[in-house]
Design a protein around this ligand. Structure first.
Ligand code: ADP
Ligand code: MG
Length: 399
């Protein structure tokens, strides 16, 4: 789960990380009011959307009076901000954050991630902040400092000092840097985060450290025990299809293709997507309906896949271990009888009670295309999609 910059800043400030004065606004008038409240004579108005690269996409605006703040906010509200991270769909701005503008001497990158190789939290830092970490890794790989944290003791002062020295900070800034590194680490550890990033962490004109941007992501599987964090979720920033799926306990990722997939197990779902590609098609989604595929879950999965208007064929691929093919078959029938679909449905069942499942499907008289193997299922899906009327009409229209 991702949260907004202003939320991450508030959390990190609670762990001793210094941030500029700022306030959240839901309307241009409120933004202007916030600027007055914050004080000073220069502000930045920042679009609150779940993506980086807002600066380059016009989502961070410098203002020198209240009218400019009002205009900047006016321009941002309702806008679909497209950054290099959002894809063409972009993210709509419903909140802006108004912050005192800071004079910047130096921009630092400071990140905390889970390093799978060492199975530890790792601090990643660079004196070339401001750019995204991917860009730093490409342009200035030598500038990247990595430091693995020993979980039994956490970030130690000497370790944080070492990072600060390597970043080229002045002796007067070291103590503050240690506070920032330790604060971020504590927030990461205590709140079940999967990522904390301050980019940029700046040295201001007067030589002190300030976090000008902050990003945090959290482990979805731990949110049940972090109610304070989970209430920061903003569904307006998520893919609507994925939100719907998560709310129904399904694991769904929307993709660009036309063949909808309903599969049990993440590994099988990946293999199914690969096989569709191999057969010359393109999957519309990744959907894992999980182990206990009850008729209700199968029906939900059908509705979810069909809510994507791009879908021109559906492949159901179930390998029943704990599951039972006869239940799944009944689920498919229930789903199709209650919500008939106008695209071909291809079903491959394997595993427990497969014969029973196949019989149920053929007795139902529903026009499902059956396949015995994964390969056959992928090939039949692609040819059914190619022969689908919807698809043919589009082909004629576009040729
Ligand atoms: P993003 O990473 O999404 O582009 P940032 O919050 O990092 O957004 O802002 C982009 C750039 O704008 C920063 O690298 C910094 O140079 C500038 N900036 C952001 N906040 C402030 C601020 N309060 N004062 C001055 N400059 C700022
Ligand atoms: Mg940034």
């Amino acid at each position: 789960m991702d949260i907004h910059e202003y939320q991450a800043k508030e959390i990190l400030a609670g762990f001793g990380v210094p941030i500029p004065r700022g306030g959240l606004a839901y309307s241009p008038e409120q933004a202007a009011y916030r600027a007055r409240e914050v004080g000073g004579d220069k502000w930045v108005v920042k679009a609150q959307v779940h993506t980086g690269g807002r600066g380059q996409a016009g989502g961070v605006k410098m203002c020198t009076d209240e009218h400019e703040v009002l205009d900047a906010a006016n321009d941002l509200f309702g806008k679909r901000l497209v950054t290099h991270q959002t894809g063409a769909a972009g993210k709509v701005v419903y909140r802006v954050y108004v912050e005192g503008a800071v004079s910047i001497q130096k921009e630092i990158y400071l990140g905390f991630v889970l390093d799978r190789k060492t199975e530890r939290i790792m601090v990643v830092a660079s004196a070339d902040g401001g750019m995204e970490i991917e860009e730093i890794a490409e342009k200035r790989p030598g500038s990247i400092i990595r430091s693995v944290v020993e979980p039994a003791v956490g970030v130690q002062d000497f370790q944080a000092r070492e990072i600060a020295f390597q970043l080229g900070l002045e002796p007067s800034q070291i103590r503050q840097a240690v506070e920032v590194v330790k604060g971020c680490y504590m927030a990461f550890r205590d709140l079940d985060a999967t990522m904390v990033e301050i980019n940029p962490l700046v040295v201001t004109g007067d030589g002190s450290l300030l976090a000008l941007d902050a990003k945090m992501s959290f482990d979805d599987n731990a949110m049940f025990r972090r109610p304070d964090v989970s209430e920061l979720r903003d569904k307006s920033q998520e893919d609507a299809r994925e939100t719907q799926a998560a709310d129904r306990g399904l694991s769904y990722v929307g993709l660009e293709g036309n063949i909808g997939c309903i599969v049990n197990g993440a590994g099988l779902a990946m293999a199914t997507m690969d096989m569709i590609e191999l057969a010359g098609g393109s999957p519309a989604n990744f959907l894992d309906i999980g182990g206990g595929a009850t008729p209700e879950r199968v029906a939900k999965a059908f509705r979810l896949v069909m809510s994507d208007k791009k879908v021109e064929a559906i492949l159901v691929n179930i390998f029943a271990g704990i599951n039972r093919c006869d239940w799944v078959a009944e689920g498919i029938i229930q789903a199709l009888e209650n919500n008939p679909v106008d695209v071909p449905v291809i079903v491959r069942l394997a595993g427990t009670n497969v014969e029973e499942g196949r019989k149920i499907l053929s007795r139902s008289g529903l026009p499902v295309i059956r396949a015995a193997t994964l390969e056959e299922a992928a090939e039949r899906s692609v040819s059914a999609w190619r022969n689908n009327n919807k698809h043919n009409i589009k082909m004629v229209a576009s040729s």
